[in-house]
Design a protein around this ligand. Structure first.
Ligand code: PMP
Length: 327
């Protein structure tokens, strides 16, 4: 019998072949099933990495409270491990994220603080609010997923090597969006250390500045996106470690079409950032049609986290979005 605590079940996720898109493009498109982590997202890895590093450095001790600002998934990752280890959690979130995330966090017993969505420069931004709460409370630890490089290091140590082994080193491209940059930095750095020719592509939603930064050197953005957990207008310490060859933008319409395509044709139920990632992988495959290239992307979280939003017809109608056939 194989047993383990919650923290020990983080990682070692399978690679799912997206058959419909592989058949349509003559490439092999794979998604790393990060939604199978115990907290339901790729952020469980960063949460575990940050907690273990802080314990090791003596910054997090028994009786302490973990404080973090998050779009939700990092909060859920931290809270699952905190529940197991006996830490308390204060989670600060913008108030426009999916209801499922707030409900899950409450079930995990965290103290939830919501703030209006606002630009990073505003002192009430969830990032600054979390930092302030941690400074005000005794025996607290601010996880700081954006600047704490224990985040990308966990992906360098686990996600990157897992992908390398699962593809037997036969990987031609890795494609990912960026929230903190931890996933893209850790995986790209690891894969490039094995084989510099692996193409690394960033995918940005509209309203995020990284695409423009990589193309022109300037952080600039137009439009906005309903995707959650990705897109950023500043360069974080984690992002700065990423080794990137190219960048593309994917629209909400393309993301929604892919979200429903994956459910209907492949039985893959994922969230919005995962659908954005897979659309970018599909785009790359179309550019390399018939080449047989192996393309890997990340299925960051699951559809269950968005039932009240993109899987709700009223929500889609309000946003004037409807799934369209990809081909
Ligand atoms: N997808 C979702 C749903 C997320 O919550 C996040 C993290 N906020 C990401 C993708 C991006 O991951 P990372 O922080 O490693 O860039």
């Amino acid at each position: 019998m194989q047993t383990g605590n919650v923290a020990q079940t983080v990682g070692q996720t399978p690679l799912i072949k997206i058959k419909s898109l592989s058949d349509a493009t003559g490439c092999e498109i794979y998604g790393k099933a990060e939604f199978l982590n115990p907290g339901g997202s790729v952020k469980d890895r960063a949460a575990l990495g940050i907690i273990e590093a802080a314990e090791h450095e003596g910054l997090l001790r028994p009786g302490y409270t973990i404080v973090e600002g998050t779009a939700g998934n990092t909060g859920i990752g931290l809270a699952t491990i905190a529940a197991q280890k006996g830490y308390k959690c204060v989670i600060v979130m913008p108030n426009n994220q999916s209801q499922e995330k707030y409900d899950t966090l409450r079930a995990l017993g965290v103290e939830l603080v919501t703030v209006p969505p606002c630009p990073f420069a505003n002192e009430n931004h969830f990032y600054h609010t979390a930092k302030r709460i941690a400074a005000e409370r005794n025996q607290s630890f601010w996880a700081d997923q954006f600047e704490n490089t224990a985040n990308y290091k966990m992906h360098f140590k686990t996600t990157g090597p897992e992908i390398w082994e699962q593809t037997a080193g036969e990987i031609d491209a890795f494609i990912s969006a960026v929230g903190t940059g931890g996933t893209l930095a850790g995986v790209s750095k690891f894969l490039k250390s094995k084989d510099k020719s692996i193409h690394v592509r960033l995918v940005d939603p509209f309203g995020s500045g990284l695409h423009s930064y990589l193309k022109t050197g300037q952080l600039a953005a137009t439009g906005s996106s309903i995707t959650e957990g990705i897109g950023i207008m500043r360069l974080t310490a984690n992002f700065k470690e990423a080794v990137i060859d190219d960048a593309v933008q994917v629209s909400d319409q393309e993301m929604i079409s892919m979200l429903y395509h994956l459910a209907k044709h492949d039985g893959v139920l994922v969230g919005t950032s995962a659908a954005l990632n897979v659309f970018a992988a599909y785009k790359y495959a179309l550019e390399n049609k018939g080449s047989g290239k192996n393309i890997v992307t990340v299925l960051c979280d699951s559809a269950v986290r968005y039932q009240s939003k993109v899987f709700n017809q009223n929500f889609l109608s309000e946003k004037a979005l409807q799934p369209e056939p990809l081909y």
